[in-house]
Design a protein around this ligand. Structure first.
Ligand code: SFD
Ligand code: AMP
Length: 624
């Protein structure tokens, strides 16, 4: 077996991940830990300064409720999320985050994040809930606060977490490996907070060749949260609710600022506005077809109908929007100034969060004030904190959750001592960066309370740990054993490289699981075919091989993606309706069925038997 030192770390609270939720958890945990003499350790696969979805920066904070300013009520936000998710959301969780999110935004400002202000000193809104920021260094600023709070000695970077450790039905820690040194890590903890983000590259991206890693969602979030929680035996929810963002084509630049701040239209190749021309279609999706704003998936769907009818490409009418906004200024000198201002805001929107789109614009001679730019529906992603909803089924807070949604500690999964936040927790969409950090704070506070009230170190079976070590490092051994069997390191009769494995996964998901190639449409037979292919892939995962530590990480990322894929397919298969057209369509059940399917679908994998349990859970409205 590969010669790796085993490093044991014993702690009280183990925070997995170093993204928005984990940084919030670190800040909050540090406060309560001091009070209760509790040790907190954070582990990130990358460097916290630029890890996770916010690595490149962001140009907006997408959740700010403005409660104190009287801009909106808590109920307004809950209704917005409920409608956008076609009725399926945990209102207790959404409200729990929404009532604290403004304080998080104020913390961001205190930590040094520049939020746009108008002449009167008020925040500049992108839309009703969104604030504009100069956010290129957003993640660096937030990570700095987390590091200061927790102390560098309690943070371990560049360690990739693979599996949970269990003590019966209680979480006992996690294992992983360094991606820089030959070290295998064993973390023993009284509580674990999972915040390792969502998943990208489960589906075949539109990008090819050199651009393969360019997707909307940065490629390093690979389904670690889903894998970890499933393998611990946690109940998972909303695993069918993928997210398909419409984005500027090929660079995946954001559209929110264009639609909301610049009030732009998107039109098809013939100049038609699908949001106007296809409005009658919304009547097929009542009551959600009538709400404002039109739910994200239905906005997608209307555009997709145009594309399927051969009316693509779809264009963001940047030139028209800039023209209109500048023409509203009467004075010619001021108008010229305004035009320049708008042009620079347009570029900054990309430079703050999707630099590659600005590069693509520059490289393809796009002047947004002169010509429109193509937009398109991306491949599907798993990001429960955005407009998707996948994640673990967690307890709500005592004061808001009905008994069906409450089991002792807010944000604890159905596994004792395992808490989830951000993309790791499900059915509470539209948290975004600010809400994810807020949820991390909520979960950490509750995890510390759990530790104080259950203050025993769970038992860890070291024989099981050693077996995990051998399993996790096996790809390195396999490569060494068989590398001379062929002259091409990527092609070998005895093993498979992680990239090839990923291609197989993506092809199966794309063609049978409602990806881009199949126009986001699937049916029972196709889903069953996908499951068959994924089953074979699971067998072949035993043959993954890694040349070095980096590839070892790639191997496990792809195994984790595979599990995210499987739970997704199983959940789509179970839900016999189409509820989110524009995210996916079931051709065999093309309509929404409120009577039978206005429910959550939850999936649980049994670690002992390896069986899956699928069940319906009630949707309980707490806001009328
Ligand atoms: O508008 C392991 N999001 C946006 N939010 C906003 O508020 N404004 C925006 O402008 C946003 N835009 C946006 C957004 C997301 C993406 C992908 C894009 C654009 C392109 C949403 C937020 O970014 C998102 O909600 C939060 O970041 C979610 O927080 P969290 O903590 O759940 O995930 P993370 O930040 O990605 O962090 C994950 C961490 O886990 C680590 N990790 N560590 C150890 N072992 C493993 N195996 C691990 N696997 C992962 C990661 O390194 C990271 O630290 S807009 O354009 O849509
Ligand atoms: P995006 O850049 O597409 O991620 O959007 C940023 C924010 O604006 C998210 O909260 C979206 O839900 C919202 N948004 C984007 N486009 C629209 C639209 N056309 N109507 C309403 N909300 C939108």
């Amino acid at each position: 077996m590969a010669n790796f030192e085993t490093v044991e770390v014993t702690t009280d609270l183990l925070i997995l991940g170093g993204g928005m939720a984990a940084c919030g958890a670190a800040v909050e945990a540090a406060h309560w830990a001091k009070k209760h003499n509790v040790k907190v350790t954070l582990v990130d696969k990358a460097a916290m300064d630029r890890s996770g979805a916010v690595a490149m920066g962001l140009s907006a904070i997408n959740q700010y409720v403005g409660l104190k300013d009287g801009e909106n009520t808590l109920e307004d936000y809950v209704k917005y999320v409920r409608n956008d998710l076609m009725g399926i959301t945990r209102e207790d969780l959404v409200a729990s985050i929404a009532r604290h999110v403004d304080s998080t935004v104020h913390l961001f400002e205190k930590w040094g994040l520049p939020i746009w202000k108008d002449a009167a000193g008020k925040y500049v809104h992108e839309g009703r809930w969104q604030l504009m920021i100069n956010g290129e260094s957003y993640k660096v600023i937030v990570a700095e606060a987390a590091k200061n709070a927790l102390g560098i000695s309690n943070i371990i970077e560049r360690v990739f977490i693979v599996e949970p450790l269990m003590d019966g039905d209680r979480i006992a820690g996690a294992v992983g490996f360094s991606v820089r040194e030959n070290k295998f890590y064993v973390f023993k903890a009284k509580a674990v907070l999972v915040s390792m983000g969502g998943a990208v590259h489960v589906f075949k991206p539109r990008s090819v060749g050199e651009g393969l890693g360019r997707a909307w969602y940065p490629p390093w979030n690979s389904g670690s949260s889903a894998y970890f929680t499933i393998r611990a035996g946690a109940e998972m929810t909303c695993q069918e609710v993928r997210f398909i963002p419409v984005r500027f084509k090929d660079g995946y630049g954001p559209v929110g600022a264009w639609f909301l701040l610049f009030k732009s239209r998107a039109t098809n190749a013939m100049g038609g506005d699908y949001m106007v021309e296809r409005k009658p279609e919304l009547q097929n999706w009542l009551p959600y077809g009538n709400v404002k704003p039109v739910p994200a998936n239905l906005r997608n769907y209307l555009g997709m109908l145009d594309v399927m009818a051969g009316k693509g490409p779809i264009y963001m009418r940047t030139e028209e929007a800039i023209q209109k906004l500048s023409e509203a200024v009467q004075d010619p000198k001021e108008r010229k100034k305004k035009l320049k201002e708008l042009e620079s805001e347009a570029w900054e929107d990309f430079l703050d969060m999707t630099i590659s789109q600005a590069i693509l614009w520059a490289g393809t001679n796009v002047e947004p004030e002169v010509k429109p730019s193509e937009i398109a529906a991306s491949e599907p992603y798993f990001i429960g904190s955005h407009s998707g909803a996948s994640g673990a089924w967690v307890s709500g807070p005592k004061d808001l959750a009905p008994p069906e949604y409450f089991w002792g500690y807010a944000n604890m999964s159905t596994v004792k001592g395992m808490f989830c936040a951000g993309d790791a927790s499900g059915a509470s969409s539209h948290k975004f960066s600010s809400g994810s950090l807020t949820e991390g704070r909520i979960a950490a506070k509750e995890a510390i309370r759990y530790i104080v009230e259950n203050n025993t170190q769970p038992k860890v079976d070291m024989a099981a740990v050693n077996a995990l070590k051998a399993k996790i490092l096996k790809p390195l051994d396999l490569f060494q054993e068989f590398k001379s069997a062929s002259s091409d390191p990527d092609i070998n009769p005895n093993f498979m490289k992680p990239k090839m494995f990923m291609f197989r996964l993506q092809k199966a998901m794309d063609e049978y699981g409602a990806g881009v190639t199949s126009q986001f449409t699937t049916n029972k037979m196709a889903l069953e075919k996908a499951l068959e292919l994924l089953g074979m892939l699971r067998e072949d995962a035993e043959k993954l091989a890694a040349e070095d530590l980096h590839e070892l990480m790639r191997c496990w990322e792809n195994v984790q993606r595979l599990w995210q894929a499987e739970v997704h397919i199983r959940t789509i298969l179970f839900r016999q309706e189409t509820r989110w057209p524009g995210y996916y369509m079931r051709a065999d059940f093309p309509k929404m069925d409120e009577a039978n399917w206005r429910v959550f679908v939850n999936a649980t994998w049994n670690p002992k038997s390896g069986d899956w349990k699928m069940e319906k859970k009630p949707v309980i409205n707490i806001v009328k």
